[in-house]
Structure formats: structure tokens, C-alpha cells
Design a protein. Sequence first.
Length: 244
Amino acid sequence: MKRLALAALATTIALPALAQDMTDAERQVFRSEVRSYLMEHPEVLMEAIQVLDQRQQQQQATADEDLVSQNADAIFHSGADWVGGNPQGDVTVVEFMDYRCGYCRQASAEVDSLVAKDGNIRFVLKELPILGEQSVLASRFALAVKMTAGDEAYKKVHDQFYALRGDVNEAALKRIAGDLKLDWATVQPKMDSAEVSKVIADNHALAQTLQIQGTPTFVIDQTMLRGYVPETGMAQVVADQRKG
């Protein structure tokens, strides 16, 4: 009976296309019967909504897979991004992040834990400052450090920003540089360089192409995760990717 009701509901939605085959009286009777059943069994509507939601999620996942496939080189091998974990890992996790994003801060320790526990994940960080001037300033500093002092120094700065509880300003940057024994006189001019600006611009353009509207966003091989996902959830996606 429930299947009949769902079929009737679908027919009702498509009724304009069938109207020419029904008289006014038949349409009125049909609508009345469907309405009566749905009023007595509202759970049918919930079931239909769940089915629709599942279909939409599947459509989005398929569309995301196509976007990832079409932009794979820019996502996984741009050459400008920090690469950690196991560089030869069988699964790559890419994170688009913003240092002023609370969910990015929450995800950071969990992603590091996942990468350390797994041992076979290639981890890529993409600077995507979208939350204002302080986000841009932090990204410029981090990228300038990477270009002048190397990947190890960059990761230390990355972690320092997530531990920072105050504003990102010149005083804070100088303090971080001092704590990490970085040469401020070398890093500071690099922040405004065309090279740093290009990395940020390229990441913004890629995010727009991938229809990324917030951080963190993760790409795990062919799967895109739009938003924060706990470590256990990410571990499951990694396992699913390995299964193929």
C-alpha cells in the first residue's frame, strides 16, 4: 500500500503532464484520494523526502568526483603546496583551510592524528584565506616562510597559527618568527611578493572551480568532503578509497 501511495504521490507531482488525459472530475477525485491517504499516513511523505535527499547526495557526490577528476593536477600536484605525511602514500588527503576558521582549528589535530596513525597517507595543505584580512595576512606569512625557510618551518608556523588566540597582526607575526628563529627581515618582504600572491590567487580560482564555499574542505582521492568531518569519519573515507 505504501508503494502505491508513493507512486500516487509521484503521479500527483507529474499531474500537469497528465492533465490532458483526465477530466476535471477525475483529477478532483484523484487528488482527494491521495490527500486522504497522506493525511492518514504522513510517514510516507518523510520516506519520500529521505529518498529524494539520498538521490541528491548521490548526484552531488557524482558531480564532485567529476570536478576532482577534471582538476586533479591542480588539486594534488600544484607544486606550491606543503606536502606531509607519507609522500609516497597510497591515498592523498588535501585540505583547503583558513587559519581563522574554527572548524579548521578543530580538524587540524584530528587530521594530524589520522595521518600519523595511518602511516600511508600523503597529506597536502592548501591555503584558502576567505575570512578577512587577518586570514590573508596569516596565509601570506605562512607561504613566505615556506618559500624562504622550507617545509619544516612552514608546518611549525601552521601549527602556531592554530594555537594563536589573539589577532593576526605584525606584532604577532614577529613574535612567531622570533619563537621559531626565523629571519623576519627575509620573510617580511616575501609576504607581498608576486609569488605568494599567485599561490593564493590560484587556490581561490581552484576553489571556485570546485564550488568550494567554506573551509575546511577535504579531497580524499576522488571523494570531496565539504566541511568538518571527525577523524573516524575521515578514516572511513580513506578505507573506502583503498577498497576502490
